[in-house]
Ligand binder design. Structure first.
Ligand code: ZN
Length: 280
């Protein structure tokens, strides 16, 4: 039976009411502090509100940004990953702990080559992204058997081409969290690229990928809760403190809604499992 929620029509998800996804894009040099800080806030709200709040950590793994800017050959990107931003390595102790507590770890990847190399054809850039996704997935598997990331989110929620999901499916991705309805046709940051129309506005399995659009989803980044100055982003202690308070407030509000019977907190892993089992 179709239901109407926040103006979006779709098939009801199993269980009752909306599923709330708390997600973190963990992707910078402050990743360890960011994970520890966000997790501590979650622990506090869990204890106070007496409700379990699992988090999905989308951890960035990919080559150095400079490689994506300089190199224009798909053959190169099909080759081994030598130097990388490897969030799984940088925050390994924290992530192992998060997994043990029932959180989920996903993979976060920015299509830097695509947005920076607008001198290349769309087809060539997609060939590069595709080759690189395969090489990066292999590197993650080889370096970090503890991870088993099945969920995926593109940086800036920017999907350069839906055809890339054929590649992602091949490397073991089963859930995508990159679709953000309402962005279609808009410019991606200051880049010469625009968002594609949303493939779906409700959770839907297409091929072997479960697309879960950004809907009743929270996103916070590692760097929003830790003072930093990366050049492209800077925040002082006071502004990160405010961001932490907002996040905590938001979690409390959602926890209270859940306790009043409005849905539940979930992860993509749990959500997908619930979709494939019969609903009573
Ligand atoms: Zn990102």
């Amino acid at each position: 039976m179709p239901v109407e929620r926040h103006g979006l029509t779709g098939t009801p998800m199993s269980g009752s009411g909306p599923q709330h996804f708390i997600t973190v894009d963990a992707e910078t040099d402050v990743i360890r502090d960011g994970i520890a800080t966000i997790s501590a806030i979650r622990d506090r709200v869990e204890a106070r509100e007496r409700i379990r709040i699992p988090i999905v950590w989308f951890v960035r793994f990919q080559r150095k940004t400079s490689e994506y800017k300089k190199i224009d050959s798909p053959e190169y990107f099909a080759g081994p990953v030598t130097s990388a931003f490897d969030g799984f390595e940088l925050a390994r102790p924290e992530l192992v702990q998060m997994l043990a507590s029932g959180d989920e770890i996903g993979w976060h990847y920015h299509a830097y080559n695509y947005v920076h190399r607008t001198d290349l054809s769309h087809a060539r850039r997609i060939a590069i992204v595709s080759a690189d996704l395969v090489a990066c997935a292999e590197a993650i598997r080889a370096r970090h058997p503890y991870v088993e990331a099945r969920s995926f989110r593109f940086g800036w929620f920017f999907i350069p081409d839906y055809g890339l999901f054929t590649t992602l499916e091949r490397v073991g991705i089963g859930v995508d969290a990159s679709i953000r309805p309402g962005t279609e046709g808009r410019q991606v940051k200051a880049f010469e690229a625009t968002y594609l129309p949303a493939l779906t506005t409700t959770p839907k399995k297409i091929g072997n990928i479960f697309f879960v659009p950004y809907f009743l989803t929270r996103l916070i980044h590692d760097y929003e809760v830790v003072a930093h100055d990366f050049g492209w982003s800077r925040m002082d202690a006071a502004s990160t403190r405010r961001r932490q308070e907002e996040f905590e407030h938001d979690l409390v509000q959602t926890a209270n809604a859940v306790k009043r019977g409005s849905g539940s907190f979930t992860t993509y892993r749990t959500f997908v499992a619930s979709q494939s089992s019969p609903v009573a």
